[in-house]
Design a protein around this ligand. Structure first.
Ligand SMILES: [Zn+2]
Length: 83
């Protein structure tokens, strides 16, 4: 069984690598770039190069599920803009 936390870290790295998400420079929060083409690339690489101990389709699913948890705005920046 692949460790869930390690899998999330791996999925984040895959999303960042393909610029599916950006990392806020101030808060370190990941935000969705809303780029379906980039997501396709990230999912494709996950499928072809899954982490050790995980199947390709599970790795691809993990990347997609991880993106579902990522919003398109950094909550810290939204708060700053409001104050
Ligand atoms: Zn921010």
């Amino acid at each position: 069984m692949f460790d869930k936390e390690a899998l999330e870290v791996w999925a984040d790295r895959m999303l960042l690598k393909h610029e599916v998400v950006d990392e806020c420079e101030i808060h370190g929060v990941l935000t969705d770039n809303l780029d379906p083409g980039a997501l396709e690339e990230a999912v494709e690489e996950a499928r072809e190069n899954p982490p050790e101990g995980l199947g390709g389709s599970d790795a691809a699913k993990a990347v997609q599920e991880r993106l579902n948890e990522i919003g398109d705005e950094c909550p810290g920046c939204v708060r700053n803009a409001e104050s």
